[in-house]
Ligand binder design. Sequence first.
Ligand code: G6P
Length: 334
Amino acid sequence: EQATKGNFPHFMLKEIHEQGTAVKETLMSISTDPRVKEVLELLEGRVVVVAAGTSLHAGMVFSYALGKLLGKDVILLDSSEAYHLEKLLKDTVIAISQSGETYDTLKAVRIAKRNGAKVIGVVNVLGSTLDREADISLYTRAGPEIGVAATKTFLSQVTLLLYLVSRMSGVELKDPHLLVESSIRKSIGYARSLAERLKEKQSMFVLGTGASLPIAYEGALKIKEISYVHAEGYPAGEAKHGPIALAEEGFPVLIAWTPEDEEKLQVAKEEFASRGSEVYWVGPRGDIVAPESDWLHLPFTITPPFQLLAYYMAVLKGYDPDKPRNLAKSVTVH
Ligand code: G6P
């Protein structure tokens, strides 16, 4: 086990650093995959996405991009809730799952198949149950992910899904792996020092808007999973409808930048800062510096800083980020 970590103290840090390669390989593979033609035809119709955990956040990136660029409405269902709405599981269902073994996702897939839907699996583990049961599988090429907290598989899923969006919309996906690599280089030092300041906090918000909202949710999930600090992703403009009640001296708020509406983020910042909250930005001119990008490429620039922040918070608190308590890499029970 030690040997495969290479020079890294933990698998999670190694896998964060492997993201450039994972994204590059996934893009190369999907852009030459003959199955894409049929998938694009299916995507012209009604589309439902089911996924859990980090994979659900990749689904959010996909549905946001399709809505924004094409006005296409994708129904996004959390796998564990999907069976309540089983009549929705028809036409084309995309199931996103790193492991291909998540019980709730497979349950939704089986209902969908019973309803006569075409199931497209987006999966990282070849030969997994989802890979076998889906009508068509598309593969992320992240390689094995050992750390329980998903990192490189998330950006690989995002790459694959945004590639489909780019084929549908004609908007080009440009060198995402270079953005990921530059993001890690730029943000790692800042992420570590902010982790020093945040590690003793009990609770925090991670605010986003537009394209940064799924990343705010994913960042908050990473922080919870491995540093055991309560972190809640929230839409920046919605925070005034309740969450602001928690603002007080020293209460931390992280803001995930997007070029789409900086003013809205600035307003949210003021609302919290004026009540004594500590507000930290993750973005090009932020407290954690990430590269500039347009909204479509934002997952590649904004995700790594949150992963690194969560990683260092866990490590500085003495926790093993690779094996967080109470969590399994793949949840095969309901
Ligand atoms: C577990 C893992 C998460 C993962 C989720 C979905 O909860 O701890 O990291 O995102 O399952 O897994 P899947 O394999 O379906 O993507």
